[in-house]
Design a protein around this ligand. Structure first.
Ligand SMILES: [Zn+2]
Length: 165
């Protein structure tokens, strides 16, 4: 992995509860036939998970129904707010550019993600959204938390698909 100026160096140890919640959401998304990605939004001050979701693109016929988008919408609805400053988003996979932008628009404090996504990521790959001058709020980014478990979920899912399961 190339050195990346978006990433913070110190990963949280042990794996935080919110990351485990995101992982659980990814598991259940996979069981629903969705690409297994899950997200959770955590309030570090109240020490509680505000919202959590898995991918629902297939179920909702919505290419934008990624786990991060749904978790952000649910957190905003729960808090009656259009922005989520001070809150952190945990997701099992490096967000795509759309989700990276939504995280910025929501003014989330930190982004913690699991597996890196060379093909579809927009944080450390592709658009590198937070490094662009057109990005007006960048969260602190921590990537690679529990990455092997998160990546394995996806690998198993796509291997199953190729095998016709
Ligand atoms: Zn996305």
């Amino acid at each position: 992995m190339k050195k990346n100026r978006t990433l913070m160096n110190d990963l949280p140890e042990p794996v935080p509860e919110a990351m485990k919640a995101a992982y659980d959401e990814a598991l259940t998304a996979g069981a629903r036939g969705e690409i297994p990605v899950g997200a959770a939004i955590y309030d570090p001050e109240a020490e509680r998970i505000v919202a959590r979701s898995g991918n629902r693109s297939v179920e909702l016929n919505d290419p934008g129904a990624h786990a991060e988008m749904l978790a952000i919408r649910a957190a905003c609805a729960a808090l009656g707010a259009s922005r989520l400053p001070g809150l952190d988003l945990y997701v099992t996979l490096e967000p795509c550019t759309m989700c990276a932008a939504a995280i910025s628009f929501a003014r989330l404090r930190r982004l913690y993600f699991g597996a890196f996504d060379e093909k579809g990521g927009g944080v450390c790959h592709g658009a590198r959204f937070y490094e662009q001058p057109t990005c007006h709020h960048a969260p602190e980014v921590y990537g690679g938390i529990d990455r092997s478990a998160c990546a394995e979920l996806l690998q198993q899912f796509f291997a199953g698909r190729r095998g016709g399961a």
